[in-house]
Design a protein around this ligand. Structure first.
Ligand SMILES: CC(C)(COP(=O)(O)OP(=O)(O)OC[C@H]1O[C@@H](n2cnc3c(N)ncnc32)[C@H](O)[C@@H]1OP(=O)(O)O)[C@@H](O)C(=O)NCCC(=O)NCCS
Length: 328
């Protein structure tokens, strides 16, 4: 009979760290690039300003900055990281993975390292994977990073998407725990909806020298998020054995404040639940949006370590993923 490793009983988020692109682009500046208005953007999405990377801020530099914070806040050193999972759709290289480059930059000796492509759901996919890796015994401390530079994939001839996206990185360290710190992951995809959000063919980069831009059917995403995803959010809460009034914090993917409002109505969460509205000053940073929202709530004191938070991501694929976590 084959021998297997004894795993850890439970896993938890030990820390979170973030990095935001340093260029602040408000709606007034955005409206010099597209035919729109501050009022329209605020009313349709809640966005007041967004953060973009400058030329010297890259997926690698932002990932490393977020990861250093998370590792230090976990009380660890890079040597102790046994696996790195990076979720991104904006790493402009097929190989090596961004996770391998992050490992090299951080000086981690030999971690398992790989990227995943699950767009705006990627962070929660990574947390689900990390939890399984720790409980199976294949890793002790897993660094999960969500990072994007969507401003470099934005088509400024498309006014229905250009104002949404932003650049940043969020990282958590997931480690062993004596008590459950990560609830069951609800995840899946909709294979009928592969064309709803797409980033064009990378061949464009080499053949035509053009950037492959994000194309999105915003209305379809909106409808899907406010119906199907709202139900999946309820499922994640129920699987963790929590009633809505036992939840402290709700951190949905920061896609649109109106989507968040609709989910809140659907979930019937009590007023006491703290809700992430990080999109207002950040825009939609895809895989980075949930950890950045988490860090912001913890830093402002609106949320505190030990509280229960429901996180949910949804986006291109279409894919979704969510779970209840204990805040680090
Ligand atoms: C993108 C989004 C904000 C658009 O809002 P909407 O209310 O659905 O807007 P519509 O696309 O229906 O367009 C409504 C009108 O506004 C116009 N419009 C579109 N973009 C505009 C802009 N930037 N400024 C002003 N008017 C705009 C449209 O031309 C349309 O005009 P019409 O009625 O004369 O044809 C919204 O669909 C959304 O947030 N979807 C989810 C997208 C998302 O989160 N994706 C990320 C992946 S998770």
């Amino acid at each position: 009979m084959l021998q297997t490793r004894p795993g850890h009983r439970y896993a938890r988020l030990m820390s979170v760290g973030g990095y935001r692109g340093s260029r602040v682009v408000d709606n007034a500046e955005m409206c010099t690039m597209i035919d729109s208005s501050d009022e329209w953007i605020r009313q349709r999405t809640g966005i007041v300003e967004r953060r973009w990377a400058t030329d010297d801020e890259t997926p690698l530099s932002m990932s490393v900055a977020a990861a250093r914070k998370a590792i230090e806040r976990a009380g660890l050193v890079p040597d102790q990281i046994s696996a790195i999972i990076v979720s991104t759709v904006s790493h402009f290289k097929q190989t090596p993975s961004l996770a391998c480059e992050v490992a090299a930059e951080l000086g981690c000796p030999a971690p398992a390292a790989f990227d995943i492509s699950a767009a705006c759901a990627g962070f929660s996919y990574g947390v689900g994977l990390a939890e399984g890796m720790i409980r199976s015994g294949s890793s002790d401390y897993v660094l999960v990073i969500g990072v994007e530079v969507l401003s470099r994939l934005t088509d400024f001839d498309d006014r229905s998407t250009a104002f949404l996206f932003s650049d940043g990185a969020g990282a958590v360290v997931v480690g062993p725990s004596d008590v459950p710190g990560i609830g069951p992951t609800v995840w899946g995809s909709d294979p009928k909806a592969t064309k709803v959000i797409e980033i064009g063919d990378w061949k464009q980069l080499t053949t035509a020298g053009e950037t492959p831009y994000i194309h999105m059917d915003g209305r379809t995403v909106f409808l899907w998020a406010t119906t199907f995803i709202a139900d999946k959010t309820k499922e994640a809460l129920a699987l963790a054995g929590l009633a809505p009034d036992e939840l402290d914090v709700f951190i949905p993917h920061q896609a649109n404040n109106r989507i968040t409002d609709s989910m809140l109505r659907h979930l019937k969460l009590p007023e006491s639940v703290v809700v992430s509205r990080d999109i207002v000053h950040m825009g939609n940073s895809s895989a980075a949006s949930v950890p950045l929202g988490m860090e912001a709530l913890l830093e402002s004191g609106e949320a505190t370590s030990g509280q229960t938070a429901l996180i949910i991501g949804f986006g291109a694929g279409l894919v979704f993923s969510g779970q209840v976590v204990t805040l680090p």
